[in-house]
Write a protein that binds this ligand. Structure first.
Ligand code: R5P
Length: 295
């Protein structure tokens, strides 16, 4: 099957195209002199089932590339267009934080449908329960918890913790793969975007002397995780481990992770992570196998 990709996940695209399932679709991205993007699909896609790989994280050009690529395939009469979005950026804009804000997650989902997507595949879509309603074409969400959990199977005396209420479901899924006990759930107070002021316990049990694995869908400024660690340490937790699907890591993200003294931090490659920023205790695993198993 032909797989076309934008420039957001180059090594994941190559990994997928090395498999027997996908063949790289030829496409050219250029610009007019006024900087408008122009795309040309260089394959005959008429009547074919096509796959597209592209994330929607910033810069915003990534979104235009994806929409135009999907639309080029539609206009050239592809039969079905399955869009694989490793990291669906803008998913956190699924409700207004302040009045007067748009619903950008919904807007983007609508654009994808209009551009020609007939099916969308996401990986650990943020706030799945609420975001799923915005997609008017079939959506399949793949959980990366199985591959993340594998990385922690040798750690003993563990408790799995959700750093906020929103991550409880993925934590339950993670803990299922480790055959672990029910998770503990923390709750954070975010007075404004990018700021976590306080973390308290929602569902709690004794963590004294226990190794705690914190699981989240994404880490951005690492404010959420840092406050959760502070809380767990105050309650006597021993070593802290971190598992998260999307390494968004903007602002003070890396600095806070470094300061966290976590024993091990595991992310996936839904967002490419520059080698030079990698911390010694950090590991990036691929979601390639998961995508191959689910397409
Ligand atoms: C939020 O609800 C997500 O699940 C993450 O906890 C959050 O986006 C992480 O953001 P930050 O690292 O900036 O606290």
């Amino acid at each position: 099957m032909l797989l076309f990709s934008t420039n957001t996940n180059p090594s994941l695209a190559s990994e997928l195209c090395k498999s027997s399932k996908f063949k790289k679709g030829k496409v050219e991205f250029t610009k007019f002199s006024n900087n408008e993007i122009i795309i040309q699909v260089k394959e005959n896609v008429k009547g074919k089932n096509i796959f597209v790989l592209g994330s929607t994280f910033p810069p915003v050009e990534n979104i235009m590339h994806l929409l135009q690529l999907v639309n080029a395939l539609k206009e050239n009469n592809a039969k079905k267009i399955t869009v694989i979005i490793p990291h669906y950026g803008y998913a956190r804009q699924n409700h207004p934080f302040y009045s007067g804000e748009p619903l950008t997650s919904k807007l983007l989902a609508q654009f994808l449908k209009i551009s020609g997507a007939t099916k969308i595949i996401t990986i650990d879509l943020h706030d799945l329960e609420n975001n799923i309603q915005f997609f008017t074409c079939p959506l399949k969400n793949i959980s990366a918890m199985k591959v993340l959990a594998k990385e922690f199977k040798n750690i003993k005396n563990t408790v799995i913790a959700s750093p906020d209420i929103g991550a409880e479901d993925i934590c339950q899924e993670f803990s299922k793969h480790l055959h672990s006990e029910p998770v503990i759930v923390l709750s954070k107070y975010r007075p404004k975007p990018n700021v976590v002021q306080k973390t308290v316990a929602k569902k709690f049990k004794d963590v004294q002397g226990k190794n705690v694995i914190l699981v989240d869908d994404m880490i951005n400024t690492a404010g959420t995780i840092a406050k959760a660690i502070e809380f767990l340490k105050t309650h006597g937790a021993k070593d802290i481990y971190i598992a998260a699907t999307h390494p968004v890591l903007s602002g003070s993200g890396i600095k806070r992770l470094k300061k966290s003294n976590a024993k091990k931090i595991v992310f996936t490659n839904t967002i490419p992570f520059p080698k030079e920023k990698k911390l010694p205790n950090m590991k990036i695993i691929s979601v390639g196998e998961l995508i191959l198993d689910n397409t």
